[in-house]
Ligand binder design. Structure first.
Ligand code: HEC
Ligand code: HEC
Length: 209
C-alpha cells in the first residue's frame, strides 16, 4: 500500500482504522475492500441513493476497470475525480483493480428511481426518452440507445446508465463537454451540443430506467 492515500483527508480517519487492521492479514479481498472502503461513498453492494456518488452495481466490468485505471493515471481529471477517486485509486494495489471491477459488475444493479412525477416532470421525462432513443441528428447528437443499449443497460465497455442518479449523470455530461475524461472522445461529441434542458431531461429519464 502506498503512503499518499493520506491526501484523501476526508477519509483519513476510517482509513487509519482500515490500514491498521490490514497489517495483520495478507491483504483484503475485493468484497472486504468494498465493504470497508468503497461503501462509505458508493453504498452497500455499490448501490447508493446519494446524488453525489455513482452506483457501481451491475456496471460493465470492462468499463469499471477502465475507470479505475483512468483515475490512477489521472486521465479522468475533473475536480471530483481528483478530490475523491485519485487518492483511492493510487492507494489500491494493481491486482485489486480487476477484482473490484468483477465484484461490482456481479452485484444486482440499483433499482429504477421511479418516483411520482409532476406534469412538468412527466413532459421532461418524455422529451428525455425521445432524445435517448432517436438523438437529434440535425444538431449532430446520435441516439444514446445506439451505444448504451435500448434499456440503457450498457453494452460491452460502454457503461450502464439505467438507475444512475440524475445529478451524477448531468455532472458527467458536463465533464464530457469540458473534455476532462480522456477516454470520453465519443461522448465529447455527443455532450457538446446538448442544451442544459436536454441534459436535465436525459438525466431524469435515465434515473427512472
Ligand atoms: C470518499 C468517497 C469515495 C470513496 C471512498 C470511493 N469512491 Fe469511487 N467515486 C467517488 C466519486 C465522487 C466518484 C465520481 C468522481 C468523478 O466525477 O469522476 C467516484 C467514481 C467511481 C467510479 C467511476 C464510476 C462511473 O460510473 O464512471 C468507480 C469505478 C469507482 N468510483 C470505484 C470505487 C472503488 C472500487 C472504491 C473503493 C476501493 C471507491 N470508488 C471508493 C467517491 C468515492
Ligand atoms: C458513439 C457511442 C456513444 C453514444 C452515441 C453515446 N455514448 Fe455515452 N458513452 C459512450 C462511451 C464509450 C462512454 C465511456 C466514456 C469513458 O470511458 O470515459 C460513455 C459514457 C457516458 C456517460 C458516463 C457514465 C458514467 O457512469 O460516468 C454518460 C452519462 C453518457 N455516456 C450519457 C450519454 C447520453 C445521454 C447519450 C446520448 C445523448 C450518449 N451517452 C451517447 C459512448 C456513447
Amino acid at each position: 500500500m502506498k503512503k499518499h492515500f493520506l491526501s484523501l483527508g476526508l477519509m483519513a480517519c476510517s482509513w487509519f482504522g482500515f490500514t491498521a487492521a490490514a497489517q495483520s492479514v495478507p491483504g483484503p479481498d475485493a468484497p472486504a475492500l468494498a465493504r470497508q472502503v468503497c461503501v462509505t461513498c458508493h453504498g452497500p453492494g455499490g448501490r447508493t441513493d446519494s446524488g453525489q456518488f455513482p452506483s457501481l452495481a451491475g456496471q460493465s466490468e470492462a468499463y469499471l476497470l477502465a475507470q479505475l485505471k483512468a483515475y490512477r493515471d489521472h486521465s479522468r481529471a475533473n475536480l471530483n475525480a481528483q478530490r475523491f477517486m485519485w487518492g483511492v485509486a493510487s492507494w489500491l494495489e494493481e491486482a485489486d483493480l480487476p477484482k473490484l471491477a468483477a465484484y461490482y459488475a456481479a452485484q444486482p444493479p440499483a433499482p429504477a428511481r421511479a418516483t411520482p412525477r409532476s406534469a412538468d416532470q412527466q413532459a421532461a421525462y418524455e422529451r428525455g426518452q425521445t432524445l435517448y432513443r432517436a438523438g437529434e441528428p440535425a444538431r449532430g447528437v446520435l441516439a444514446c440507445a445506439a451505444c448504451h443499449g435500448a434499456q440503457a443497460q450498457g453494452l460491452g465497455a460502454i457503461p450502464r446508465l439505467a438507475g444512475q442518479n440524475a445529478r451524477y449523470l448531468a455532472q458527467q455530461l458536463g465533464v464530457f463537454k469540458g473534455h476532462d475524461r480522456a477516454d470520453g472522445a465519443a461522448m465529447g461529441g455527443e455532450a457538446g451540443p446538448l442544451t442544459p434542458e436536454q441534459v436535465h431531461d436525459l438525466a431524469l429519464y435515465l434515473q427512472a430506467q
